[in-house]
Each structure stands twice: as structure tokens, then as C-alpha cells.
Design a protein around this ligand. Structure first.
Ligand code: ATP
Ligand code: MG
Length: 428
């Protein structure tokens, strides 16, 4: 039996050995409620064992509709009949902490199937019909909800460069803006650059250190976010900052540089799992300084946009990173997407040659545009006039490339206006 194990680290550690001793497999381990919610959405397991505190386990299961063939156990410390009933309504079996081994070893999936087929010899046809319709409606609702975004739901990207000033923050903000504007997907930028006072991303949206107040939230505040509320947008929205741009939110890095010690890898993981429940796309703006916390972000990203300039020094630094550091960090190179930035009109060698040196195929190329770094006078650090320039088009193409086909489209009606008119009247 393939078991998904969810709970605090002590619980999962203990249960992992118990499960394997019983000759079952632990297919995945989730140590936070939000991470569990993520894993429950995947497949490849026949049973789930959950061992958070009662409230958290209950919150987690409210969202999860297990398939009939998946067995769900919840391990409870203060087990009683009422709790058993409460979980039974969610399709889960509450068991007393310490008896997990017993329940797991007793459970035989094949036996259960025969039992259930015996009991359903005379199924009530009316009830069967209701069940069928209910399943269909649920499926349709789910499809409608995810039709637009398809498989791209909950993508996590990081924008990284081993050299400062390559354009990570610029690429992050323009890219996030384009995704939010043209796909209707909800985007959250998480600023993980802890190397300066304040937050570069916050500055892009008009929050300055001097004579101004910080944005209403910074990543370190998430340490006190109650995990059981991970589904509540009311709560979560108080922990991120909305921008003036469509569908775009951000989370600032620690406002004081010395607070970086609280921005741990675990915290980044917790925040990401929770935000994934509310945002379609999460983009990390990184610093070049790779500490534990930043490497955690690279680890949990689906893709890493690897930004590099096109001059010899930067190419050398970038190839050093892909050929040495990536191996040391044990990161899968397939996740990396090479993005040339600030590419001048003329260079004495081709970008293909540079890409070869770096050891990654060229994924995108963004030209140098003096307007990007033009003296800034407005509080919004994005210049929307650039959308029709080669710079704007390049970022637009990058957004198209990193998302599945069709996610980024200009809104247009495919049918000519006169046909649409006819259709409305019922002629066509
Ligand atoms: N395509 C571009 N054309 C012209 N200027 C650019 C371009 N991309 C970025 N810049 C400019 O380069 C400078 C550095 O960019 P940015 O702050 O985005 O880099 P970064 O990699 O985030 O830097 P840091 O490592 O300091 O966080 C900024 O002045 C920015 O305006
Ligand atoms: Mg930056």
C-alpha cells in the first residue's frame, strides 16, 4: 500500500519507520498543513495518514474530497466518539494516537473492495442516480474552474542570477505584471532579497524606507500565521500587499536587514504552500547571495529563470554557476531557463555561443532598453509605456514561454462582429 504521510516532523519520523516495518511504502511526506493540502491533490497513493492537531487535521480534510478507494486515517491524541463522528462525516477514520500501526496492518485494500461489493448487491437505484449526478456536477464545476489555467495552476518560479544587477527585480516585476494583466491569473511576488534595507520589490510599488511606512506585510510576519487558517483568503490577504496593478500582489522581504535570520527555509516553504492555495503564480525575486533560505526557494520552484547579461564576465560567472554550483547544491539543471537580459544591439559573438558556454539552451532574450533605467519620478516602478517596445515584447514572449500555450492571450473575439450579432439573434 502506498501511504501519504502528513503531520509534524516528530509524528512523520516515527510513523515512517512503523509503516515501512509493516511492508508498506511512504510515497510522500508533508510536514505542514498547507503542504499536505498540496500533496493531497496529487495522485499515486492509496491511503493517507494525517497527524496534525485535531483542528488542523479537520481544516485540512474539509477541503479534500477523497476518492472512494482512498483510505484516510487521522491520528488523534485526545480520541473520543464525538471526534470519530466528526471525522467520519468527512470520509476519514479517526484513530487513537499510538494505534496507527494496528490500523495500518489490519487494513487490506482488496478485502475492503470485496466487502463493499457485497454490501452493494442491491443498490438503491435512486440513490445511485443521485450519486452519479452529484459526481458529474462536481466534475463539471472543477473543470470550469480550471479550464482556463489547466495545468499551470500553482506554478512557482524563481528569478535568479549569480551576479547582482543582472535585472532579476526588473524581470520579476514586468513579468508578473504581464501575467496578471494578460492571463487573469492571480500572481504574488515574494521578495527574497534580504541584502538591503527595505525591499526592492516594495520600492517598485512606491513603498520607500525614508518618510514612508512599510507595506502592510513582510515575509517574517508569516511566522505567526496560524496554519489552520490556510484556506481563509480573509486572513491570507492581510499577510500580503495588493498593488495597483491587475491581479498582482507582493510580499516584501524583511524590512530590516538584521531580520534575515528569521527568514528561514522552513518559513519560505510554509508561506509558499499557503499562498499556493490562493495564487495561481508565485514568483520569487532572489538575491545572488545563496543561503539556506534561498536554496530552499530554488528547490521548491518549478522553474528557475536564470538571468544573465551577455558580456564575457557575466557569461563566465553564469557558466561557473551552472557547471559547479548547481552540482554542489544538487539542483536539477532541467529546471533552469536561461534568460539573457540587457542584450545590446551589437555583440561580437552570438547568444547561441554564449548559451553553449553556460551550458543551457537559450530560453529568452530581453534587449537593453535605456528607458527601463531612466530616472524614476513616479512611485510605480513599472513603465507601462514600454509594453509596445522590443523590451516589452520580449517580456511578453517570456511570459508566453513559461506558461502553457494559450494562457497569455490578448483578449479578442474570434468571430467577426457581424457573425456575433447574428448569433445573438439566433440566426447562426
Ligand atoms: N533590459 C534592461 N534594459 C535596461 N536596463 C535594465 C534592463 N534590465 C534591468 N535594467 C536596469 O539594471 C539595473 C539593475 O536591475 P535590477 O535591480 O532589476 O537587477 P537585480 O538583478 O535585481 O539586482 P540586485 O542583484 O541588486 O537585486 C536597474 O537600474 C534596472 O533598471
Ligand atoms: Mg534585485
Amino acid at each position: 500500500m502506498n501511504i501519504l504521510l502528513c503531520g509534524e516532523s516528530v509524528f512523520v519520523e516515527e510513523l515512517t519507520s512503523i509503516i515501512t516495518e509493516n511492508n508498506h511504502n511512504v510515497v510522500a511526506i508533508a510536514t505542514s498543513v498547507a503542504q499536505s493540502a498540496d500533496f493531497l491533490k496529487t495522485s499515486g497513493y492509496d491511503a493517507v495518514l494525517i497527524g496534525f492537531n485535531e483542528e488542523e487535521s479537520y481544516a485540512l480534510l474539509q477541503d479534500f474530497k477523497p476518492d472512494n478507494h482512498i483510505r484516510v486515517w487521522v491520528s488523534i491524541i485526545d480520541f473520543n466518539l464525538n471526534i470519530w463522528k466528526k471525522f467520519a462525516t468527512l470520509g476519514a477514520i479517526a484513530i487513537s494516537r499510538g494505534t496507527e500501526s494496528e490500523s495500518i496492518s489490519k487494513y487490506k485494500p482488496s478485502e475492503l473492495n470485496t466487502v463493499s461489493s457485497k454490501t452493494s448487491i442491491n443498490p438503491d437505484p435512486e440513490m445511485e442516480q443521485i450519486k452519479k449526478t452529484d459526481r458529474k456536477v462536481r466534475q463539471e464545476r472543477l473543470e470550469a474552474k480550471t479550464a482556463k489555467v489547466g495545468v499551470l495552476k500553482n506554478r512557482v518560479f524563481s528569478v535568479y542570477s549569480p551576479k547582482g544587477g543582472a535585472g532579476k527585480t526588473t524581470v520579476t516585476t514586468y513579468l508578473a505584471n504581464i501575467i496578471g494583466k494578460h492571463s487573469g491569473l492571480k500572481v504574488c511576488i515574494i521578495d527574497l532579497d534580504h541584502t538591503r534595507e527595505g525591499s526592492d520589490i516594495a520600492r517598485k510599488f512606491g513603498y520607500f524606507l525614508v518618510n514612508d511606512s512599510p507595506p502592510n506585510n513582510v515575509i517574517t510576519n508569516w511566522a505567526t500565521f496560524p496554519e489552520r487558517d490556510y484556506r481563509s483568503w480573509d486572513k491570507v490577504s492581510q499577510y500580503v500587499t495588493e498593488t495597483s496593478l491587475n491581479n498582482l500582489y507582493f510580499l516584501s522581504s524583511p524590512w530590516n536587514v538584521e531580520d534575515v535570520e528569521f527568514m528561514t527555509g522552513d518559513l519560505i516553504e510554509k508561506v509558499t504552500h499557503i499562498l499556493k492555495q490562493h495564487f495561481d503564480i508565485i514568483i520569487f525575486d532572489m538575491s545572488d547571495d545563496l543561503r539556506d533560505n534561498n536554496t530552499k526557494a530554488l528547490e521548491i520552484s518549478d522553474n528557475i529563470l536564470f538571468v544573465t547579461g551577455a558580456d564575457l564576465d557575466q557569461i563566465d560567472i553564469s557558466s561557473g554557476f551552472t557547471q559547479r554550483t548547481v552540482r554542489k547544491l544538487n539542483l536539477p539543471i532541467e529546471k533552469f531557463r536561461l534568460v539573457f537580459n540587457k542584450v545590446p544591439n551589437k555583440i561580437p559573438y552570438t547568444l547561441e555561443e554564449s548559451a553553449q558556454k553556460i551550458g543551457l539552451p537559450q530560453f529568452a532574450s530581453i534587449p537593453y532598453d535605456p528607458e527601463v533605467e531612466k530616472y524614476r519620478t513616479t512611485k510605480l516602478g513599472i513603465n507601462e509605456d514600454l509594453s509596445k517596445t522590443p523590451f516589452g515584447f520580449a517580456v511578453y514572449r517570456l511570459a508566453q514561454e513559461i506558461l502553457p500555450e494559450g494562457a497569455i492571450t490578448k483578449k479578442h473575439n474570434k468571430r467577426p462582429w457581424f457573425l456575433r450579432l447574428f448569433k445573438r439573434k439566433g440566426v447562426v
